[in-house]
Design a protein around this ligand. Structure first.
Ligand code: PRP
Length: 203
């Protein structure tokens, strides 16, 4: 393995994620008090985070799912999205918490938040596993953040072309252009190449 450049490193271990999700769950439980929040998961990346987060709140919450699709790049950085699958729950009068895996430019969520506000929720907040705040273009309040990052991440719901969502940890990809030419690159390598360093391998 000597002299080989690692494709990725573990940015957040399984244990680190578990601890952070527990903290977020406790904060949500405290903040919402007696209210029963409706957690809205944006498919697909956030489902793994949502599943752990809802249990970390230690209380009964409503959950619902929404699937959106961004218009192509030819439409520019408008953030305009099309709702592919809408919510089943009405939002009027509800305390709504949108759960995301990643907020990057913020364009997707700022558009979505404007749409959801027209349904007159009592409150509307955002919780994201990863926040790339330095890349923000849209003006957006993000209320709960798992991890700040500037890196290209996969794992724990975060994907590259649908791959790697199942990883229990979050990997930072050293050179995303490698994935562009070989999307399976992290699957086919020996784990020592992908997860270098002492203590970085997890059972
Ligand atoms: C990710 C994420 C947000 C969006 C954030 O979705 O879930 O919806 O990108 O980007 P923005 O802040 O720049 O608008 P993705 O397209 O990866 O879909 P997925 O959740 O199905 O993986």
């Amino acid at each position: 393995m000597h002299g080989t450049v690692a494709l990725a490193r573990i940015a957040h271990t399984e244990e680190e994620i578990r601890t952070r999700v527990r903290e977020l769950g406790a904060a949500i439980r405290d903040d919402y008090g007696e209210s029963r929040p409706l957690l809205v998961s944006l498919l697909k990346g956030s489902v793994i985070f949502l599943a752990d987060l809802v249990r970390a709140t230690g209380r009964d919450c409503d959950i619902d799912f929404m699937s959106i699709s961004s218009y192509g790049p030819e439409h520019g950085l408008t953030g305009v999205v099309r709702i592919v699958k809408d919510l089943e729950e009405p939002l009027e009068g509800r305390d709504v918490l949108v759960v995301e895996d990643l907020v990057d430019t913020g364009l997707t969520l700022s558009y979505l938040v404007r749409t959801l506000r027209t349904r007159q929720p009592a409150s509307l907040k955002i919780c994201t596993l990863v926040d790339k705040a330095v890349r923000r273009i849209a003006d957006l309040d993000v209320h709960y953040v798992g991890f700040e990052s500037t890196e290209f991440l996969v794992g724990y719901g975060l994907d590259y072309q649908g791959r790697y969502r199942n990883l229990p940890h979050i990997l930072a990809v050293a050179d995303p252009s490698v994935l562009a030419s070989r999307p399976d690159a992290l699957l086919s390598r020996h784990p020592d190449l992908v997860f270098p360093g002492p203590g970085s391998r997890r059972s």
